[in-house]
Design a protein. Sequence first.
Length: 221
Amino acid sequence: MPVVVIASSKGGAGKSTTAVLLGTELAHQGVPVTMLDCDPNHSLSIWARKGTLPPNIQAITDVTESSIVKTIKQHDTDGAVVIVDLEGVASRMVSRAISQADLVLIPMRATVLDATIGAQSLQLIAEEEEAVDRKIAHAVVFTMTRHIRSKQERGIEASLREAGVDVVEPPLHERAAFSALFEYGGNLHTMENKQGNMDAAIKNASAFARAIYKRLAEALA
Ligand SMILES: Nc1ncnc2c1ncn2[C@@H]1O[C@H](COP(=O)(O)OP(=O)(O)O)[C@@H](O)[C@H]1O
Ligand SMILES: [Mg+2]
């Protein structure tokens, strides 16, 4: 089954949030999910240990540079979508994860700084493609977007699209419910302390997960 690697050398780009939203929404839609925490800061494990893990989700903590390829290969065969959350650095661990990916997601805020650092992640993927001698599907995910896109945001998105980069639609909006996942654990559907407009948050996350699932189906076809 498919391996989705969430990578960006920028800390705070929204990687772990993207990983948890994707994992919990796919699982909610009935897809078995295995999440690998490959970040020494353990954001994913912090989420997993709050409350109870939702059905269809397994979380593996403490994946290291030495164990990452073996761990991905092992879970790749058990029928689940494997989601890999990484630290915001460029490291051997990140390269190894990308080399195993069916799809790499690059979360970024639509700012000039994030787009510049995001471009380094695109370069890293190109280098891994060369190393493993195959194309690795990848897409940029805009995170923490506001409803009304600024001129700068639209400009960044347009220049990525012009360069032939796949940009996921919808982006992940800035939502209190998304950051609250790390406070309460679980998923958006079971969150007891409602945060902001839950319906809009769920609609956004669910459409996002479907957009990724569609790409996975295409990548594996
Ligand atoms: N779409 C979003 N809406 C609201 N808050 C967000 C969103 N994405 C990320 N955040 C918040 O921004 C911070 C960094 O996000 P995180 O996912 O941990 O980034 P990374 O894993 O790339 O370092 C966290 O405090 C997180 O709760
Ligand atoms: Mg993180």
